[in-house]
Design a protein around this ligand. Structure first.
Ligand SMILES: Nc1ncnc2c1ncn2[C@@H]1O[C@H](COP(=O)(O)OP(=O)(O)OP(=O)(O)O)[C@@H](O)[C@H]1O
Length: 201
């Protein structure tokens, strides 16, 4: 079974030791939700799990997902939406689909799925915060990747879009995907596991 494992992880940021000796498993089909107060290291942990930030100690490995490098198997959605304001909505998603792999829905269909079908020709810079978040979410559909690592995925989304996101996430999990999400709000992902990071000064 596919499993993302962190073993003996530690993270130091500046002078702060955010966590140490942290071990976790995110298993296929079971969401792992990372919670905790501001500044306790949720985003840092997610970046470590995505292979974007080297841990101070410990290892991350993806088991059961073939030989490809972790970075090639992961969708990472951070706080920033990674939207280029000067490009159209369509061109933004086409760019990411080319980078992440043309393995999922086509650009037009993915935009339709996230409710941006009518805005494809618009310059992305004029999208609202929630629309930019939807555009970021469309990357999850346009390229198939087994591991989704999502930092506060529902920020700025209205209730309907939050439900839409939950639907995509449940489908991904139902198809044997791995999902790790940091959040301050319930994500409606069904039964899962919670990893709570502690308070730090
Ligand atoms: N590049 C960096 N250099 C130094 N300190 C950093 C850096 N990035 C983050 N930090 C610090 O690490 C701590 C943890 O940050 P992080 O973003 O991981 O927390 P978080 O739990 O995701 O917070 P929030 O709930 O507010 O999003 C914070 O005190 C932050 O200031």
């Amino acid at each position: 079974m596919t499993c993302l494992k962190g073993d003996g992880l530690a993270c130091r940021r500046g002078l702060k030791l955010l966590f140490e000796e942290l071990s976790l498993e995110a298993r296929a089909g079971i969401p792992l939700v990372v919670t905790g107060p501001n500044g306790t290291g949720k985003s840092s942990l997610l970046r470590i799990l995505a292979g974007l930030l080297p841990p101070t100690a410990g290892t991350v490995r993806l088991e059961g997902a073939g030989e490809a490098a972790l970075l090639e198997q992961v969708h990472y959605l951070g706080h920033e939406d990674a939207v280029k304001g000067a490009l159209t909505v369509h061109a933004n998603l086409a760019f990411w689909r080319a980078v992440l792999g043309e393995t999922g829905l086509g650009v037009v269909d993915a935009l339709e799925e996230v409710g941006l079908g009518g805005l494809a020709r618009l310059r992305a810079g004029v999208l609202s915060a929630g629309q930019k978040r939807r555009l970021a979410m469309a990357r999850l559909l346009a390229s198939r990747r087994p591991v989704w690592i999502l930092d506060e995925p529902t920020t700025a989304l209205d209730v309907a879009a939050q439900q839409m996101f939950a639907g995509f996430a449940r489908a991904h999990l139902g198809a044997g995907g791995i999902l790790v999400a940091a959040t301050h709000a319930p994500l409606d992902l069904g039964a899962g596991e919670e990893l709570r990071l502690g308070r730090r000064a």
